[in-house]
Design a protein around this ligand. Sequence first.
Ligand SMILES: C[S@@+](CC[C@H](N)C(=O)[O-])C[C@H]1O[C@@H](n2cnc3c(N)ncnc32)[C@H](O)[C@@H]1O
Length: 260
Amino acid sequence: MPDWVIIVLIVTNIVTLAALYFATRRMLKLRRQKRRAFAFRSYPIRQVKLEAVDPCFAITEHGPAPASTVAFIGGEGVVASLSDRETWVIAGLAKSARRVFEFGTCSGKTAHVMALNTPDDAEIHTLTIHPDDLANLEFGSSDDRHHQGQAATEAAFTTFYYQGHPTEVKIQQIFSDSKAYDETPLKGGIDLVFIDGAHTSSYVESDTAKAMVMLSERGVVLWHDYKPDAPDVFNFLNALAKELALIHIKDTDIVMYRRG
Ligand SMILES: C[S@@+](CC[C@H](N)C(=O)[O-])C[C@H]1O[C@@H](n2cnc3c(N)ncnc32)[C@H](O)[C@@H]1O
């Protein structure tokens, strides 16, 4: 084979490898930014359109029914914010909830939004780990390491979005490791539970067991971060869906269970 052919082959291979390298880097970056992009795994939990989730989201000839109107704040600049669609879903469901429990307060924006939309006499209990208590987190040996770190990073808040707003009177802030929290005084009394605390197997399992104790007869549980990027939550919910009638709300990372 002539020398020039060998040189052309070498150069072509180098260019191809470089192109592959940059394309992969770009794809991984986009994946991080877009969270769900390039997630090739299938989502086993049955996906349901929002209008079938609750009558308040019914679609009319003009679009979503007026009953889906909520008081709303976008997620710009908010740490670990839900998407705007997810905030709308939670705010809509909160309109018919008298008692709400949130695992994972973070900035307190979702607690504030839920308080804005619940009836006047509603109570919102929201639980978070205090930054001074991070050493007390009780991760299991098989808990996803990346999300162990994230739980600590997101526990940066000791003041919250709702403070100084009229919603504050409805909100009871609880500082506790969720595993150490005693849920029994709220047994059977919570209409809407939102599970968005530590995204690791042992915590999502423990938070779910506590949610089921607190849930009222027709109560609703919502889990955030049903996506392959949060593998412990994703795998836990896929297994739970074999026992409970869970649904995945379309175009969100929310899974829902309604009792009764
Ligand atoms: C994803 S953020 C919650 C976002 C919030 N639900 C919202 O919608 O704005 C997770 C929160 O859970 C808290 N957290 C993590 N592990 C926890 C634990 N073991 N017990 C209590 N809170 C925990 C973190 O401190 C953080 O505030």
